[in-house]
Each structure stands twice: as structure tokens, then as C-alpha cells.
Ligand binder design. Structure first.
Ligand code: FAD
Length: 390
């Protein structure tokens, strides 16, 4: 191991939360963004998010399909919600690379976070690094916070999900409550242009039999190797600050309970942390003030997270005869619009910026079903590599 390097800011984790934070820090100082994998490789998500997220980030190249409607299937009934913000499915790698390409001056490195020394020095692969600002964006494992002595993710508040890709097209964004197959969770099918991402999740973090459930759901006997990916996601808002470290995204429990929507909050709160940290790097505010302001931003959403957590906890404990009318009533136009207003405000996509202080006016609503040239090119290359046996 060589000597200790000094940066103004270090971000651990280069997925949604880390890239969003780094985007706010670009150009404000010496910034290092590390991940144990190259950017865009470690996908766990089904990659559905409000279209407004892609619009605000000016990320149309990642768009796969627009979904004006979300359908929840419960007790044999199809309940359709007209989304006030339409949803969109997008390509993980394209979005991550697009956000990374904008990080002018930020050093991006593949390195595994290995711990913190008593004086605060970070161990990143074989490097030792000091930084005034540290951001933990390492997902549910919250590796930096944990290494600093803060509690790991609470297993009682972790859900788990698995997912596969099927080669059919079309359809709408759909969820299923199938209490007979999986009483503690949900299934989904998210059309994404030329394929559909189908998955199943347990709200109780019960991974046993999840893969088999998914196989039954998609009507196949057994998955080929590497055809399924998945992971864990938090279902309770945690602490956004660990000592003098910003904690963002799943690391801070930012995934919304019940809907398991974690991408939008990871981006919104990632940018919120980055925005405060930027002012520290520019010498405009103290780190302690920045941490307090970031904490206050997150705390404003705590009640909405709590309501969703109650929804999640009761959705599979109440009899389906009670849950069904609640879901149907919630889909009624005026009520649905009020509920959605509260839901979106928990992590407002309209706060997202393309770069510090730069808002996007991009509209993508006419891109229904269109795969961007960037994604088409990537898939062509991938198919060629498979054909060449690479
Ligand atoms: C099956 C499944 C489907 C989902 N579908 C959706 C969906 O459709 N829409 C939605 O909004 N949400 C969805 N979610 C939730 C969503 O994926 C997460 O909330 C989101 O990825 C959180 O982003 P993040 O940046 O905080 O963390 P992550 O995306 O988990 O990224 C953490 C990063 O930290 C890196 N890292 C971890 N440990 C280390 C280490 N020791 N050193 C260096 N780097 C490290 C990882 O490699 C990773 O790149 C889904 C989750 C699952 C499991």
C-alpha cells in the first residue's frame, strides 16, 4: 500500500445515489468516486421510475418505454391507476454511463471499500485516502457507516427480490398480489421496449423459494445460468447522517416502502447531499451545517415514508377481502390524485438537475415504445459478442 492521498470529497458507490451526488460535486474540487465494479455493471433493479426523472436528468437516451398507467392485480381484479407522473422503464447501464460521462474532473475508480482507520483514512482497494467530505452511497450494506461503528441494515426492514428478462413485448406496468403463492410479497412485469422484466419480491426479506416462485410466475421449469439477478432493498427510512458522513440512497433506507421505488429517492437525496457538500467544497458553508441541512431535507419526507411502511406491513397481513376494496378505492380519480401528490412529494422528481443549477426542459412523453439509438447499439454489440462466443 502506498502513501495517503488527499481528496476534497470521496463517494463510495457509483450507482444512482453516488452518481447523483457526484454530479453536484463535479468541478467543485478534487473528487473521487469509487465502486467495487465498473459503472453500470452491477444492476439489481427492474429500472422503472417516473418519466419525469429521466426528463429532469435529460436522460432520454436511456428510455425504453413510457407507461401512462400502472395496474395492480389483486384477487383476480385488475385495478388501473392513471399515473399523474407517467412511469418509464430505462436501461441501467445507459443511464449510469450517461451520468458518469457528465462528471467533468471527477476521478472514477474501481476499488472496494475495505474500512476506515481510526484517524478517518478510508481504505479503498490498495489505496489509503483522506477527504473532508465523505458520502456513503454503497446501497443497503451501508459499508462506510457500518465501518464507522453505526448499525448495519436491520434485517427486519429489508425486502428481497429477484428478476428475469423475458423476450416478449408490449403491455403495461403491472403488479400482482398472489397471496396463495407468496403471501408476504408481490410479483411484477415491467415492459421495457423489446423485452419484459419480470420479478417477485418478499416484503419480509424471505429469499427462500423466491426463484422458484418467479419460475412459476413466468411459466418456465428452470432458469438458465445467470438469467436471474436480484438483491435486497430497505423498507424503512434510516439515518441520513453517520457521524460526519452523508448517507444516501439505500444506504440510508431511501427506498420507498410498499412500492419498492428506490431509484427516484436515491437520485433526489443523492443530489440533495451533493448540493450541500458542494457548498462545503466551495468554502460557503461548514460541513456540520451541510450535514444538518441535508438531514432536514430528508426528515421532511419521514412521515410519507412512515405511511408507506404501514401500507406495506398491512398489505399482506390483512385478508385480501379487505385489501382489495382499499386498492380499488385508492384508484378512484380524485383520491388517486391526492395520494399520488403525497407520494411524489416524498422524493420530488422536480428537484432533479442536469448539473448544479441547471434545469432541463426535456419532454419525453412522445417517445412511447421507442428504444434510443444508444441502447439499440449496445444490444447489437452484446448480441455480436454472444455470437462470437465471447
Ligand atoms: C429485484 C429488484 C428490483 C427493483 N426494481 C426497482 C424499480 O423498478 N424501480 C425502483 O425505483 N427501484 C427498484 N428497486 C430498488 C432500487 O434498485 C434501489 O433502491 C436502488 O438501486 C438504490 O440505489 P443506490 O444507488 O442507493 O444503491 P445501489 O444501486 O445498490 O448501488 C450501490 C453501489 O455501491 C457499490 N458498493 C457496494 N459495496 C461496496 C464496497 N464495499 N466498495 C465499493 N463499492 C461498493 C455497489 O457495487 C453499487 O454499485 C429494485 C430492487 C431490487 C432488488
Amino acid at each position: 500500500m502506498s502513501g495517503t492521498e488527499t481528496y476534497d470529497a470521496v463517494i463510495v458507490g457509483a450507482s444512482f445515489a453516488g452518481l447523483a451526488a457526484a454530479g453536484q460535486l463535479a468541478g467543485a474540487g478534487r473528487v473521487l468516486l469509487v465502486d467495487r465494479e465498473p459503472v453500470g455493471i452491477g444492476e439489481t433493479s427492474a429500472c422503472a421510475t417516473p418519466l419525469a426523472v429521466l426528463e429532469r436528468l435529460d436522460a432520454g437516451d436511456a428510455l425504453e418505454q413510457v407507461h401512462p398507467e400502472v395496474v395492480i392485480n389483486v384477487a383476480g381484479r385488475r385495478v388501473a391507476f392513471e399515473a399523474t407522473y407517467p412511469f418509464a422503464t430505462f436501461d441501467y447501464r445507459t443511464l449510469c454511463e450517461l451520468l458518469a460521462d457528465r462528471l467533468d474532473g471527477v476521478e472514477i475508480a474501481v476499488a472496494k471499500f475495505g474500512g476506515v482507520e481510526p484517524d478517518g483514512t478510508l481504505l479503498l482497494g490498495d489505496r489509503r485516502v483522506n477527504a473532508k467530505v465523505v458520502i456513503d452511497a454503497s446501497g443497503w450494506r451501508r459499508v462506510v457507516a457500518h465501518a464507522l461503528g453505526f448499525p448495519p441494515a436491520d434485517r427486519a426492514h429489508l425486502s428481497t427480490g429477484v428478476e428475469t428478462r423475458s423476450d416478449h413485448t408490449g403491455g403495461v406496468l403491472e403488479f400482482w398480489f398472489r397471496t396463495r403463492d407468496r403471501p408476504d410479497g408481490i410479483y411484477w412485469a415491467f415492459p421495457a421496449g423489446d423485452h419484459v422484466r419480470e420479478g417477485s419480491a418478499s416484503y419480509l426479506g424471505n429469499a427462500k423459494g423466491l426463484r422458484e416462485d418467479l419460475a412459476r410466475f413466468v411459466h418456465i421449469d428452470q432458469f438458465p445460468a445467470r438469467a436471474v439477478h436480484g438483491g435486497w432493498f430497505p423498507s424503512q427510512l434510516g439515518e441520513p447522517v453517520a457521524g460526519r458522513v452523508f448517507v444516501v440512497g439505500d444506504a440510508a433506507g431511501h427506498c420507498l416502502p410498499f412500492t419498492a421505488e428506490g431509484i427516484r429517492p436515491a437520485l433526489v437525496f443523492g443530489q440533495a447531499a451533493g448540493r450541500e457538500a458542494r457548498e462545503v467544497l466551495l468554502g460557503n458553508q461548514d460541513l456540520d451545517i451541510a450535514l444538518a441541512r441535508y438531514r432536514a431535507t430528508v426528515e421532511r419526507s419521514r412521515r410519507a415514508f412512515r405511511i408507506l411502511e404501514v401500507f406495506q406491513n398491512w398489505s399482506f397481513r390483512l385478508p385480501v377481502s379487505v385489501v382489495t376494496p382499499i386498492i380499488r378505492t385508492s384508484s378512484w380519480g380524485p383520491l388517486s390524485r391526492i395520494l399520488q401528490k403525497v407520494y411524489w412529494a416524498a422524493a420530488d422528481p422536480d428537484t432533479l438537475e442536469v448539473a448544479p443549477g441547471r434545469r432541463s426542459g426535456t419532454s419525453l412523453s412522445d417517445r412511447q415504445g421507442a428504444i434510443s439509438p444508444a441502447i439499440a447499439r449496445r444490444r447489437e454489440v452484446a448480441e455480436t459478442m454472444v455470437a462470437l462466443g465471447d
